[in-house]
Write a protein that binds this ligand. Structure first.
Ligand code: GAL
Length: 786
């Protein structure tokens, strides 16, 4: 039996021995909280990392029924940041020193049955703890609190402590069961979707069973099965269930293979934080990030930088077929012996707690970007291999040719700076060409980009992601790459843009897409049509009013461009500068089409010369025209008796379009001959608001539920207005509450708000009102009890 205990905790931002005693009571300034909980609500930016550093105390009254006597009662914390000491009825019963792994406390002999018991937790979120990731600087905030869920398991006296299951594409499943007490074991495997039984039979503590005709787990078709191991003993029946997937995931010298087929990893790094609440978000928000990665950003992999992340997130990766590279907590620094011991413990906890997930394809067993330390990494590699003999290990380095104890060399390649190759070849980096190689990070601090940066900056950000993706595709022996990173994140004073934010994301903190997001999305043809134009087409945003290079990012077969409803050109990916990307960005090189031929009566040759010159001038400016082009143009003017004024007039007529009617560019994305998406760029005359609600239904289950509402301010055509930087007033009514302030910062036309359920069934409404007259939007929610 499992009981969630996330509600009715008391918390205070200090700690004393008195507080853990049953006699202390709850009235003394403690606040009622629900888990996941953060010890400090933070502003969007401009806050100091000290505000979440403290020793604090949680208390919870546990009513323990008399019937539990004679059973085993286990209390599990999914995560407490960063050091936890657990007390039961005033006695210290456990201490855990990692903020990113779960731990279980056996309360059986400590409880008063048929009575009230007091559970208390001393939660230490100070960054001077001598445990990973602390000890030096860290480029992310570490927050604090019981920020994941807590539950109790009531088990039989003989019970299953843990099951390790590893299922291969040959249908073999190794099942290793750790039991407490004794009894007979049996295993049952069912199809997670249909519920149909595919295997049932006795097993030993370490068995390999064969399942015939299994459906494999893959990126495109992530079939899952439920394994239930049962222990029958004199005490009764105890069961342990875990989800599995049949697959072979292997990094080879020349790349990554899933079920024997080569897949180029195209991933992003993910932190586990949100605005205001830091790490503390329930299941729905954890799952949403996986959905965004798979279905909005179209990547096939994620690295959980730089620590193990919520089981809810990884569960969703299992369901979506998203490949995961997960790693032990840490950032550059390696501490003393006690610290290193903790890193080994963290490795053991990570592997034990996450090893049944089919989505996990690689263990990171080095501290991210640390120097070589064979003494430590021999231990972490050994621990990982012992606990999971199948999965390969890796460790993320900034070092080239470093000591390679792992199976895969992972390297943060920040060599790309705009105009050089996107990445280094494997041979320049690895210390062993016979071992697999992957790129674990790129871009990031090399080109921080805000959603409200100028257009050329945002475009350069997107193109740098293209440059790296293209180079990685070109290098057959690079297994793939993970871009830095999925979203902007709060960080320590030593990093970021001075406002405690690292603007390294392809989305902002609320997961609103920047242009670079479309680079990833457009590489995936299975996604809904993606069509983004890198420019608003407002020339005044560019130096000297030149259009500059404007790109189409799309996963459509072709894109038709119209100017004021006149067809100009149909673009495809053929002939693009990027030769290796699946759907490279397409340069817009024609603003005129065949119009001059038709309207000015130009010959083909005259049309070509004049058109090339006008298009060139539009993009790069007349002054930058190469000598050859100037000469051809001069010859053409003589030959066709054109005057300079004519050229000027033509420029004004076909390129400039000042005054009069505003120019409208229309782009039609085409798939299988049909228009599937249309983008219109024209002068805005009216603002509009778009609310993207992750779920209109909130479900009160294991704890409160949260819905994310992404806000964008657009023009009448749906284009986000990148220089709309104002605040929107938020108002909620009914049975929901706001997380964070009642004012939403809209930066670069985008922002967000999170609403949560309050424990009650009912309805709620969110109203978002902007300072602009008439600009407002509403979203309705229902709250259901699970
Ligand atoms: C890396 C580091 C990441 C992040 C990134 C920024 O060195 O591993 O955590 O700081 O740089 O580009």
């Amino acid at each position: 039996m499992r009981i969630d205990i996330n509600n009715d905790w008391l918390w205070t931002d200090s700690f004393s021995e008195e507080m853990v005693k049953p006699s202390f009571g709850g009235g003394s300034g403690m606040k009622s909280v629900r888990l996941p909980h953060t010890v400090s609500m933070t502003p969007l930016n401009f806050f100091d990392e000290h505000i979440y550093q403290m020793e604090s105390c949680y208390r919870k009254i546990l009513d323990v029924p008399a019937e539990w006597e004679g059973k085993v009662v286990l209390l599990t914390f999914d995560a407490v940041a960063h050091e936890a000491e657990v007390f039961c009825n005033g006695e210290s019963v456990a201490k855990h020193s990692c903020g990113y792994t779960a731990f279980t406390v056996d309360l059986t002999s400590r409880l008063n049955y048929g009575a009230e018991n007091v559970i208390a937790v001393r939660c230490d979120s100070r960054e001077d703890l001598n445990i990973p990731p602390f000890g030096f600087v860290i480029d992310y905030m570490t927050y604090g609190g019981i920020y994941r869920e807590v539950h109790i398991d009531v088990r039989e006296k003989s019970y299953i402590r843990d099951v390790y299951a590893s299922a291969g594409m040959d249908g073999n499943v190794r099942i290793k069961t750790e039991i407490e007490g004794e009894g007979e074991l049996s295993a049952k495997i069912t199809d997670a979707k249909s519920g149909g039984t595919v295997y049932e039979g006795a097993c030993d503590a370490d068995s390999v069973i064969k399942v015939e005709g299994v459906k494999l787990w893959s990126v495109d078709d992530p079939n899952l099965y439920e394994l239930t191991v049962t222990l029958r003993s004199g005490a009764g029946e105890d069961t342990y269930s875990t989800r599995i997937g049949f697959r072979d995931a292997v990094f080879s010298t020349d790349g990554f293979y899933l079920n024997g087929g080569k897949i180029k990893i195209r991933g992003l790094n993910r932190h586990q934080c949100w605005p205001y609440v830091g790490y503390a978000m329930p299941e729905s928000m954890q799952r949403l990030d996986a959905d965004i990665l798979k279905n909005e950003l179209g990547v096939n992999a994620v690295r959980t930088s730089h620590y193990p992340q919520s089981q809810h997130f990884i569960d969703r990766c299992d369901e979506l077929g998203l490949l995961v590279f997960t790693e032990i907590p840490g950032w550059q620094n390696i501490g003393d012996n006690a610290w290193k011991e903790q890193a080994v413990t963290n490795t053991r906890e990570m592997v034990t707690q996450y090893r049944n997930h089919p989505s996990i394809i690689l263990w990171g067993v080095r501290i991210n970007e640390s120097v070589d330390c064979d003494e430590l990494y021999e231990k972490t590699n050994k621990a990982a291999h012992e606990l999971d003999p199948v999965r390969q290990t890796s460790g993320v380095r900034y070092l080239k040719k470093s000591s390679l104890l792992e199976d895969v060399y992972a390297y943060n390649d920040f060599s790309h700076s705009g105009s050089n190759p996107g990445c280094e070849p494997k041979k320049n980096v690895t210390s062993d060409m016979n071992k697999p190689f992957l790129i674990s990070e790129y871009n990031g601090h090399m080109y921080p980009t805000k959603a409200f940066d100028d257009e050329l900056h945002r475009q350069e950000h997107a193109l740098r992601h293209c440059n790296v993706l293209d180079s990685v595709m070109a290098n057959e022996d690079i297994a793939g790459s993970f871009g830095w990173c999925m979203f902007d994140y709060n960080t320590h004073k030593d990093f970021g843009s001075g406002d405690r934010v690292c603007y390294h994301g392809v989305t902002d903190m609320f997961r609103n897409p920047k242009l670079a997001a479309a680079v990833y999305a457009s590489q995936n043809k299975d996604l809904d049509p993606v069509l983004e134009i890198s420019s608003s087409m407002d020339i005044g945003e560019h130096p000297a009013g030149n259009r500059g290079e404007v790109y189409i990012l799309t996963n459509c077969d072709s894109v038709k461009m119209y100017k004021n409803d006149v067809f100009i050109k149909e673009y495809t990916h053929a002939g693009a500068k990027y030769k290796n990307m699946l759907c490279p960005p397409i340069l817009i090189d024609d603003f005129i089409g065949d119009q001059m031929k038709e309207r000015e009566g130009f010959t083909d040759r005259q049309n070509k010369i004049v058109k090339d010159a006008l298009n060139f001038s539009a993009i790069y400016g007349m002054d930058n025209m190469p000598a050859g082009m100037k000469l051809t143009m001069a010859e053409a003017m003589v030959r066709y008796k054109m005057k300079f004024d004519d050229a000027y007039m033509l420029f004004g007529k076909y390129i400039g379009n000042w005054g009069g009617q505003s120019t409208q560019f229309k782009f039609e994305g085409i798939r299988d001959g049909k228009v599937v998406k249309t983008v219109i760029k024209s002068a805005m005359t009216k603002l509009a608001v778009r609310l993207d609600v992750s779920s209109a239904e909130l479900v009160e289950g294991a704890t409160y539920d949260v819905s994310s509402v992404r806000i964008s301010v657009t023009d009448e055509y749906g284009n986000v207005m990148p220089f709309y930087n104002r605040q929107a007033a938020l108002e909620v009514t009914g049975d929901i509450e706001l997380i964070g302030p009642a004012l939403a910062d809209i930066n670069g036309g985008m922002g967000g708000v999170y609403v949560r359920s309050t424990g009650k069934e009912g309805k709620g409404r969110l109203k978002v009102t902007f300072p602009d007259p008439g600009l407002a939007a509403e979203a309705d929610f229902t709250v259901r009890l699970a």
